[in-house]
Design a protein around this ligand. Structure first.
Ligand SMILES: Nc1ncnc2c1ncn2[C@@H]1O[C@H](COP(=O)(O)OP(=O)(O)O)[C@@H](O)[C@H]1O
Ligand SMILES: [Mg+2]
Length: 328
């Protein structure tokens, strides 16, 4: 294994709160790694610890096997893209990208700096916008300037704190694809933070799901989605029905008007409350015999169900999620 960034029992205790509670992670070189979790779970604090803007209360951070906790941010060789981009409003696009180079590489010539900035701007498709100020470019372009400004310093690890959250939904999806392509091209390790499950699932090589300062599960998006080990992970990623105590995804539940005959299936009776059209599918909401709520994902081209109808829901035991963890 070729670990570039390692967190060991990393903890940050604020006076009234333990924002990060002993997390350990090993991130591989060239990986697109996401930290996914709800607002307030400690994602930004973790990132600020890695960047060096905060000091850990306990634990260690290793870059290429060497502890960096004693180093100031500019000596750590990690770049940060902040949630609000933090561009300098009075500087041009070119000057925003050149700023860090001038400060951190005082020995580079004007020509060397110009070449590097040009290359970063070309990479981010910002050629022709060099002379504009942040107020004169679009949200997507601001995003690219923020990326160019970090990439020009050739960091070993790029930390990205919800970089797509300020964009409108359409642009967000487009930038998602661009971000993934960019990461492949530059080959830099990305530590990407998000509260958006779709972003984490679609972008990551591996991801960690965080809750209340701890990491609940680490794995590939497929592993974490199909085999969540805690209730929290199952519910945060994709939603889940708790039927007879077992977790079943809405897409793994089937429903019919008659009782299924196959003994391999487990079934429960219920009543339809209503349904939600989601474009690619429909979610039928039902209440089952013992008062359990249940969401069933169905194809809109199939039978429709009306509120008040009596139904049977059923599933295959093989689709029951393997929840083994005790955390909630
Ligand atoms: N400087 C700080 N002082 C005290 N508490 C903080 C500070 N920064 C963050 N917190 C608290 O730590 C928790 C985690 O915050 P944060 O890391 O920003 O979460 P996230 O980025 O996942 O939304 C929150 O409850 C937040 O209020
Ligand atoms: Mg945050």
């Amino acid at each position: 294994m070729n670990t570039v960034l390692e967190l060991r029992s990393l903890t940050k205790q604020y006076p009234d709160q333990r924002a990060v509670d002993g997390i350990s992670l090993a991130i591989e070189r060239g990986e697109f790694f996401s930290l996914l979790g709800p607002s307030g779970c400690g994602k930004t604090t973790t990132l600020r610890l890695v960047a060096g803007f905060e000091e850990p209360t306990e634990g260690d951070i290793l870059l290429n096997g060497h502890s960096v906790v004693a180093l100031p941010p500019f000596r750590r060789n990690v770049g940060t893209v902040f949630q609000n981009y933090a561009l300098f409003p009075h500087l041009t696009v070119f000057e925003n990208v050149a700023f860090g180079l001038r400060r951190r590489r005082p020995n580079e010539t004007v020509d060397q700096i110009r070449q590097k900035v040009d290359r970063a701007l070309a990479l981010m498709q910002l050629r022709g916008k060099e002379k504009r100020r942040p107020s004169e470019i679009s949200g997507g372009e601001k995003q690219r300037v923020a990326l160019a400004r970090s990439l020009v310093l050739e960091p070993q690890v790029l930390l990205l704190d919800e970089p797509l959250s300020a964009l409108d939904p359409k642009l967000r999806k487009q930038m998602r694809i661009e971000l993934k392509e960019l990461q492949r091209r530059v080959g830099i390790t990305f530590l990407f933070i998000t509260h958006d499950e779709e972003e984490a699932l679609s972008l990551s090589d591996r991801m960690a799901v965080m809750n209340k300062g701890v990491i609940e599960q680490v794995g590939t998006p497929r592993e974490v989605y199909s085999t969540p080990t805690t209730r929290f992970v199952a519910e945060f990623l994709g939603g889940v029905n708790w039927l007879n105590g077992v977790g079943i995804r809405p897409e793994a539940v089937r429903m019919s008007r008659t009782k299924p005959r196959d003994d391999d299936r487990r079934s429960i009776e219920g009543v339809v409350n209503g349904s939600t059209f989601l474009g690619h599918c429909v979610h039928v909401h039902a209440t089952l015999a013992s008062g359990i709520p249940c969401v069933v994902e169905i194809d809109d081209r199939m039978t429709s169900f009306s509120p008040g109808e009596a139904i049977h829901v059923w599933w295959h035991p093989a689709d029951e999620l393997p929840i083994t963890g005790t955390r909630q």
